[in-house]
Design a binder for this molecule. Structure first.
Ligand SMILES: Cc1cn([C@H]2C[C@H](O)[C@@H](COP(=O)(O)OP(=O)(O)OP(=O)(O)O)O2)c(=O)[nH]c1=O
Length: 185
């Protein structure tokens, strides 16, 4: 790819996924107040947050493409972001137990002359979870820096019965679609 990829993200998972596909990139971290986006629609929310993060980072050269993203979980008309406490993490996981929720990631790609925003959805079904499993899980570090209080790529893998859609979208970046969209620039 002739363009230089700038990843506007502090997320270690987004960095890992670009590394996994051997795509060189530079990190330029956004500094935004996410609380200013107040919509209750998960698609709108991840779009607006991706735009907020993407526009916060400066383009230094004409051949750069900025990638920014935001991931949320949605279940029964409620948006779940990162849990702020053990109690919140427990409640989130208990809600998802034995049912299917959606994970949405909004992506913004931005270059000097072009801008595109899109949203990818993945459905995730959890097995019914016991109290013992919930108690054990929220006492690990796994839930606390992740939307919906679990990591599909880490200990949260234990709870996943099936998924429909892109696995990497759940991790925070639908990597194949991102690269396809970048090639269109
Ligand atoms: C559901 C789920 C989310 N996540 C992560 C992906 C995202 O990093 C995080 C959601 O938070 P985001 O606010 O999307 O991203 P971030 O704050 O980690 O990074 P930045 O804003 O700088 O780009 O949850 C997983 O790693 N695994 C999962 O299974």
């Amino acid at each position: 790819m002739s363009k230089k990829i700038i990843l506007a993200s502090s997320s270690p998972r987004r960095q890992e996924l670009l590394t996994q596909i051997e795509q060189p990139y530079t990190i330029r971290k956004p500094d935004v107040d996410e609380s200013q986006i107040i919509t209750h629609d998960p698609v709108e929310k991840v779009k607006q947050l991706a735009i907020l993060k993407g526009r916060n980072v400066l383009l230094h050269h004409n051949d750069e493409i900025i990638i920014s993203a935001d991931t949320v979980v949605s279940y029964q008309n409620t948006i779940y972001e990162k849990p702020k406490s053990r109690k919140e993490a427990y409640e989130m996981m208990k809600n998802f137990s034995g049912d299917t929720h959606e994970v949405y990631t909004g992506i913004m790609l931005r270059s000097k002359d072009d801008e595109v925003v899109f949203v990818e959805k993945t459905e995730v079904e959890f097995w019914p979870l016991t109290e013992e499993e919930l108690d054990w899980y929220v006492d690990t570090n796994d839930p606390y820096d992740k939307a919906g209080a679990y990591g599909i790529q880490s200990l949260g893998a234990l709870f996943v019965k099936q998924i429909t859609g892109d696995y990497y979208n759940v991790m925070g970046l639908p990597i194949s679609r991102v690269i396809k969209e970048i090639r269109k620039f």
